[in-house]
Design a protein around this ligand. Sequence first.
Ligand SMILES: *[C@@H]1O[C@H](CO)[C@@H](O)[C@H](O)[C@H]1NC(C)=O
Length: 260
Amino acid sequence: MYFSKITALTLLAPSALVSATPVFKNHGTLAGWDGVNHEHKGTVTQVDNVSYNSGTSIKVVQTYDPSYSGRYHSEVYKKDVYKVGDEGFYGFTFRLHSTWDTSGKQSYNIAQFISNLADNPDNTCGDDWIPSTMIWVEGNELAIRSKGGNMCDSVLKKFTIGTIKPGTWHRVVLQAKWASDNSGYLKVWLDGKQALDKSGLITTYRDTQKKYGFQFRTGLYANSWHDQHRLDGNQGTRQLWIDEVAIGSKFEDVDPGMQQ
Ligand SMILES: *[C@@H]1O[C@H](CO)[C@@H](O)[C@H](O)[C@H]1NC(C)=O
């Protein structure tokens, strides 16, 4: 009797504390996503000769083209992973190609949360797709940002997560509280060690209707090539692999675990 009461409480506690977050798992395949977005010369493929554990992974490639002025996404995405007020855990592994050039300072985004806020009545500046948190590679560092509040005058903060090495798998777990006031937080574990713990953050945009679902996207988005209208250095083809992507309400739901 006593035991079953404790068990019941243990089972009930997480759902009482955490808003409903869909649980999603992907072991490096193109199945199960809500979509794939690859622009210009970019590709997104499932491969079976590079993998974290499962035997497959998602290979993403982007190629710089000086005569092209559009964006450079090569991403898979899952819709509606959070709304304002939610808390959740998000995990994935990534491996930069062993020859990835880390000498420059341009940023290469590998994960982001984004929503089309064009119809959000709190949005008076007319932008449509607006990312909140993004995680990117800059030189040999992994970085993250919080961004949100008023989409016409948003608050952005950048944080360094840690050092990364081309040719090796890195595992990332993010815990976030999505708030449009400063009650949000971001916590990140890199390769099993907590690397960031920031609270008092604005982590998403105003949404008084609590209606707008954000997508989780992962892959390669070579945002600097578009934003800065140039390629620094001469590695105009960039490739990386993504594996073990998960979304859940507990650390254990999304932790990729050690590589076997
Ligand atoms: C995986 O296979 C592709 C296509 O055959 C090949 O180009 C690539 O070098 C292989 N990668 C590794 C790490 O073996």
